[in-house]
Design a binder for this molecule. Structure first.
Ligand code: FAD
Ligand code: NAP
Length: 535
């Protein structure tokens, strides 16, 4: 008779193989922990594995939107453009996997359906949709803030007989729109990046806009060796400047409020930012996101640019956003507004009636019936909580995370939630995450978790969990910081407003450096606000 040896639980199971999961795996392996990644996709890359729509690229400069944990990696990798394309980002992440020998600890095509904490063993059991179970002491969710696609339930959606795409689940083989009539729903960042490309191919493109976005030109450019070397020589200084700023990258923050400047200085500042391009526009004035008057000065500048570019005054007016600049994520584009001067592009305003119906041959919206060969949903994501709540996560007493978060996510530092011992979320709600250069906030979280696990091991401790009082205080603090800004004033996905029925709670924490300081303080005080135990 043979007896099979019980398989030892892993020290940690990581769900997701994007920027977060990969670095988490590397840190844990480096520290001698047993760890494995479970990934739903057939390959690694996360956001960059899934979002393969035409024109997909980062909106933070490549040399900042990349890992800093390994100086050697940063020195040896040569970014070819100021803003890397999706294929280049995939090459980079695959290089990271090979360079740090991560591949053998990753399991693909494995969607985690449930994660249950067993109070008798103190272990987590993760079960995939195929029924395979992985047991681990720590469960680390690297499932992404923008990975659960949002597909609005338009009446008749399933009746459509043409091709349907979501930008966040784009076919790997690409799509040829040549000669096709296409409708794209949504005008957020994904749409803003893809529209100029799709318009060049399609016979006709209908753009269905509910809310206009603010977009700033990328002024993308190839990077030559001299440009790269200039950054690499002073890489640490660039990183340090970035980490000291609220968005964790170098937005060249102006320390002056608009009220301290003359109209000429304000104009010059905006001209300079527009010429520089991209997200540094957030840094134009110290009070851009706290003073409505200042905000509208900058907003009106952008609206003026739109009116200059778009030839049809009525179309320009529709494209000119009405709300606060930066209240929704600012988009970064190459030729977005110019595309509306093309004869094969029609903008349709669905702000009043919404999209009435999807029909077998197209859709009805704003009183028009459109017959189209393809519908592209550029409708974004159930952000921050979606990828977590789509998993049946159960902590102590079988209580589900979804139940606990039914009125909005409750976390301590966006890292853990009481009742769910040894369960971590990388860039979880309540942390700076989506309001930053995410590679930096991911690294900060991974470092925190890796150091925490090392601390538990060194102290012979088994479990860590936040104290309920600490997380209530934290949730209140996250809300108070957001309330002091203009970011509550529009229907953004930061507030869950894009998903019907989602509680209206501001989910990310505003201010990377203050956040990182608080995490350091928590650790310095022996994990203040957490309960650490041996049993
Ligand atoms: P992700 O990259 O989203 O990876 C999460 C992984 O978890 C996915 O591969 C997913 O398949 C997997 N997963 C989820 N649920 C399960 C499950 N149940 N079982 C198994 N696997 C699961 N941020 C910036 O800072 N700058 C940018 O320029 C930028 N550009 C972006 C462009 C696009 C199109 C999008 C959508 C987002 C962008 N972001 C950007 C945000 C981006 O998501 C982060 O920068 C970063 O890539 C997130 O990495 P991650 O590892 O946390 O999550
Ligand atoms: P998004 O910003 O949420 O945009 C979704 C769009 O779909 C919005 O215009 C939204 O309108 C519209 N929409 C949603 N539901 C709708 C409905 N029922 N009817 C009509 N319109 C509807 O999503 P995204 O463009 O995919 O971007 C999400 C985030 O990913 C970005 O904010 C950014 O952080 C990141 N991203 C970055 C880049 C980059 O440049 N590197 C590119 C893509 C994505 P409303 O505004 O009215 O809700």
């Amino acid at each position: 008779m043979t007896t099979s040896k019980p398989i030892a639980p892993l020290d940690a199971v990581i769900v997701g193989a994007g920027f977060a999961g990969l670095y988490m795996l590397h840190r844990l392996r480096q520290q001698g922990f047993s760890a494995r990644i479970l990934e739903a996709g057939s390959g690694a890359g996360g956001t960059w594995f899934w979002n393969r729509y035409p024109g997909a690229r980062c909106d933070i400069e490549s040399m900042e939107y990349s890992y800093k944990f390994s100086a050697a990696l940063a020195q040896e990798w040569d970014w070819s453009e100021r803003y890397a394309t999706q294929p280049e980002l995939m090459r980079y992440l695959n290089h990271v996997i090979a360079r740090f020998n991560l591949g053998e600890h990753m399991v693909y095509d494995t969607r985690v359906a449930s994660a249950h904490f067993d109070e008798t063993t103190g272990l987590w059991a993760l079960t995939s949709t195929a029924g395979d179970t992985t047991i681990a002491r720590h469960c680390i969710m690297a499932t992404g803030c923008l990975s659960a696609a949002n597909m609005p339930e338009f009446p008749g959606r399933e009746s459509y007989t043409g091709a349907t795409y979501h930008t966040g689940k784009w076919p790997h083989e690409g799509v040829d729109f040549t000669g096709k009539t296409v409708a794209i729903i949504g005008t957020g960042s994904s749409s803003v990046q893809s529209i100029p490309f799709i318009a060049q191919e399609a016979k006709h493109l209908y753009v269905l806009q509910r809310t206009a976005s603010y977009s700033v030109p990328a002024h993308n450019t190839p990077l030559d060796a001299a440009m790269r070397d200039a950054t690499k020589t002073n890489y640490d200084a660039l990183r340090a400047r970035g980490l000291a700023q609220p968005l964790a990258f170098d937005i060249h923050l102006n320390d002056k409020a608009a009220s301290e400047l003359t109209p000429e200085q304000i104009q010059a500042e905006m001209d300079r930012r527009w010429a520089l391009g991209g997200l540094p526009i957030y840094g134009a004035f110290a009070d851009l996101l706290t003073n409505a008057q200042t905000n509208q000065l900058a907003a009106e500048y952008v609206r003026g640019k739109i009116r200059t570019v778009v030839k049809d005054a009525a179309v320009a007016e529709l494209l000119a956003p009405k709300g606060m600049l930066g209240c929704k994520r600012i988009c970064v584009d190459t030729g977005y507004y110019e595309t509306f001067n093309r004869e094969n592009v029609t903008l349709i305003d669905v702000s009043q009636q919404g999209i009435e119906e999807i029909t077998p041959t197209g859709l009805r919206a704003a009183g028009q019936t459109l017959t189209v060969d393809a519908i592209i949903y550029a409708t974004g994501f159930d952000a921050m909580t979606g990828s977590l709540e789509r998993i049946d996560i159960r902590g102590r007493g079988g209580k589900t995370l979804k139940e606990k978060w039914s009125a909005g996510p409750i976390t301590y530092l966006g890292l853990m939630s009481a009742g769910f011992p040894n369960f971590f979320t990388i860039s979880g709600p309540g942390s700076p995450s989506v309001l930053t250069n995410m590679v930096m906030s991911i690294e900060q979280h991974v470092d925190f978790i890796a150091e925490c696990l090392a601390h538990l091991r060194a102290q012979d401790l088994q479990h860590i969990e936040p104290q309920p009082g600490a997380e209530q205080t934290w949730v209140g603090h996250v809300d108070a910081v957001a309330s002091a800004t203009l970011l509550y004033s529009c229907n953004s996905w930061y507030l869950g407003a894009n998903v019907p029925g989602k509680p209206r709670v501001f989910m990310p924490y505003i201010g990377f450096p203050a956040y990182a300081d608080q995490c350091r303080e928590v650790v310095a005080q022996g994990y203040a606000g957490f309960h650490l135990s041996a049993a």
